[in-house]
Design a binder for this molecule. Structure first.
Ligand code: E4P
Length: 212
């Protein structure tokens, strides 16, 4: 499973990169809005920092405007992947961008049906939002499982990017299901390495060594 960082914060991205674990970045309008300064410069900086796909979302909702934004986004850097929401207009845009050879990430996916349509339209990635489904009492991981099953049934090459991951168990379950990628905030990435027995074991080793 590829690991992407779900962040537009350059310090977080650098910190994650230093662990050698991340192979891409996902941003969204909320994450970019939290950061100060010129957002395009920031995206350029992130794209230079990361040798892998960097998802950046269109803001427009009208297909013509979404396409214009997408064309601008891919001019920022060659590793920009255009994030498009799975609305009816979004699907048209994904299809059009696919025909023009522009890679897309279908976002705000909450069902396997949406994911199947996005894959048919030519999306490079689909992003099921696990945490947000859990938030409303549904089983986000079941949707990831359903998408994996449907894509395997029909040998679809669109990658499943598990998103809206809130804790380490989401990450583990996505990996066990065979998701192609998971995008995590820095806090979850750092939690992945923690285990109390590692800390206890290390303290004991150091203690025994100090007594020798
Ligand atoms: C993914 O592409 C999204 O940016 C993200 O995972 C959303 O996560 P949230 O539901 O925690 O905001």
């Amino acid at each position: 499973m590829k690991i992407f960082l779900d962040s537009a914060n350059i310090d977080h991205i650098r910190q994650a990169k230093s662990l050698g674990a991340i192979e891409g970045v996902t941003t969204n309008p909320s994450l970019l809005a939290r950061e100060k300064g010129d957002w395009k410069k920031l995206v350029r900086q992130i794209c230079k920092e990361i040798d892998g796909p960097v998802s950046v979302e269109v803001i427009a909702t009208d297909p013509a405007d979404m396409l214009a934004e997408a064309r601008d986004l891919v001019k920022i850097a060659p590793n920009v992947v255009v994030k498009v929401p799975v609305t009816l207009d979004g699907l048209k845009v994904i299809h059009e961008l696919h025909q023009r050879g522009i890679e897309t990430n279908a976002t705000l996916v909450f069902s396997a049906n949406q994911a199947l349509l996005a894959a048919k339209a030519g999306a490079g990635y689909v992003s099921p939002f696990i945490g947000r489904l859990d938030d409303i009492g549904q089983d986000g991981m079941q949707v990831v499982q359903d998408i994996m099953t449907v894509f395997r049934n029909y040998d679809l090459s669109t990658q499943v990017l598990a998103a809206s991951i809130r804790h380490v168990n989401h990450f583990l379950q996505a990996a066990l299901l065979g998701a192609d990628a998971a995008t995590v905030p820095l806090a979850v990435l750092l939690d992945l390495v923690k285990h109390p027995l590692t800390d206890i074991g290390l303290a004991k080793f150091l203690d025994d060594w100090a007594k020798r």
